[in-house]
Design a protein around this ligand. Structure first.
Ligand SMILES: [Zn+2]
Length: 443
């Protein structure tokens, strides 16, 4: 994508509404799914003033401010903005998140460009979801990713943690290949600096080790299976693991949809996914990478993240473990790991929610993983994640009820980010324009 065109697009999207931006919005006659419990408040009017929800009540009684922008919510459903809790983003992804109802992302391998992006969104210079970001992932020697920090000693890792905190990153991301000594030093310093640690389970530390050390989240349920169960998918041990995680207070971000893609690929059934309409928005370099690991293209599957156990048993066991963690009331958070195999920014959150339901969660509980649980992880549960008076207006308006069918999260009419309304049509038209322009420029 041409960087300048993209930048102009993001600025235009931010500053251009169908009607002039007003500081007051009234969504009238809408069905609200507040996500504080499984219920629907029917025929409500919700008032937003200066980005905050100031009034919710029956449409017959709530007074609409004189100059408010009015959005008709009749027969529609209002949910809290969605949060993708595991992404790897670029600036060009931002409109795709908005187009899919995502108002917050957690970026898990960040550098200075992400800090800059976060600042531009925060200051209202460009349109995009709220960004939380870790610093460069901290890992051992043999890690393929470009952004990384490779500490050689305990002293060095402490310096890295200190610096990342000072630069303003929101979390420390731990990755594979760390020695146990370096991991423990990292955790010590993170405690000292009061910064959360998220990420993988380094082999030298193991599941028990990361739980005891107080890691705030474990990414990929696949890692728990590989570390604790190996290839013995022993159902009897599931409860043991669930109890262990429960007592630690750690959040788990399963990234199931990615595992579904690995499974489909292992069966030679992945290629047709690359014909889905959202694939038009995938960067050509990333598409080439995906194609290079597609088995049907004689791709080298060893280049994909997982190299073994990619069969139905492995995928199904991850679903079962996810459900058991949910039953044990371990907080699950929805993350996609975009742009890993087949995970298109924004669109993939709906795939992850579908997988949560496939694991056995109800649509309501699946939605929790991308709203109130995510807000709780980020420590912003008093600001967003549920709909009530006093909360920030991060909202999504849907045509259909997502509690009946989770795929209804795709039926978007529009999104409100920090109190600003963007209709789906408007975002879509802008995206079409920018992608068409960048495509024709590439010809
Ligand atoms: Zn990742």
């Amino acid at each position: 994508m041409n960087k300048l065109i993209l930048y102009i697009f993001l600025v235009i999207l931010f500053n251009c509404n169908e009607t002039p931006a007003r500081s007051e919005i009234a969504i009238i006659n809408v069905n609200i799914i507040p996500m504080d419990s499984e219920r629907i408040l029917e025929s409500q009017t919700l008032i937003i003033e200066h980005g905050i929800i100031t009034k919710i009540g029956s449409s017959a009684t709530v007074k609409i401010p004189k100059n408010a922008q009015i959005i008709n919510g009749k027969n529609r459903y209002l949910i809290p903005g969605l949060m993708d809790m595991h992404v790897h983003i670029e600036e060009s992804d931002l409109p795709l998140f908005l187009a899919n109802g995502i108002t917050t992302v957690r970026n898990l391998n960040g550098d200075k460009t992400h800090l800059k992006l976060r600042r531009k969104v925060d200051q209202g210079e460009i349109a995009g979801p709220r960004i939380y970001t870790s610093g460069p992932l901290i890992c051992g020697k043999n890690t393929k990713w470009k952004i990384k920090a490779v500490p050689k000693s305990q002293k060095e890792v402490k310096e890295i943690v200190k610096t990342q905190k000072k630069l303003g990153y929101d979390f420390i991301k731990v990755y594979d290949g760390l020695t146990s000594d370096i991991y423990q030093a990292l955790m010590e310093e993170a405690k000292e600096q009061n910064i959360k640690v998220v990420g993988h389970i380094p082999k030298s530390v193991g599941l028990k080790g990361v739980l005891n050390a107080g890691q705030a989240s474990i990414e990929h349920i696949e890692k728990i299976v590989k570390d604790y169960f190996g290839i013995q998918y022993n159902l009897q041990n599931i409860m043991k693991v669930a109890k262990m995680i429960k007592s630690s207070g750690t959040f788990v971000c399963p990234t199931l949809a990615l595992q579904e893609n690995f499974y489909l690929n292992s069966q030679g059934k992945f290629l047709k996914k690359l014909k889905n309409p959202e694939m038009n928005y995938v960067d050509s370099e990333i598409m080439s990478w995906w194609k290079s690991i597609t088995i049907e293209n004689n791709g080298d599957v060893s280049k994909s993240k997982s190299t073994s156990n990619e069969d139905l048993g492995f995928y199904n066991f991850q679903l079962k473990l996810t459900k058991s963690l949910f039953d044990m009331k371990i907080p699950l958070i929805a993350g996609t790991d975009t742009p890993n195999l087949g995970m298109v920014p924004g669109f993939s959150i709906h795939e992850e929610l579908r997988n949560m339901v496939a694991a056995g969660l109800s649509p309501y509980h699946a939605l929790e993983t991308a709203t109130r649980n995510a807000a709780a992880f980020l420590g912003i549960e008093n600001e967003t994640g549920i709909i009530k008076e006093g909360m920030i207006a991060d909202l999504v308006l849907l045509k259909k009820n997502p509690l009946i069918n989770i795929s209804n999260t795709k039926s978007q009419v529009g999104i409100i980010v920090r109190g600003k309304w963007y209709s789906k049509n408007k975002i879509q038209a802008s995206i079409n324009k920018i992608f068409k322009e960048s495509l024709s420029k590439a010809d």
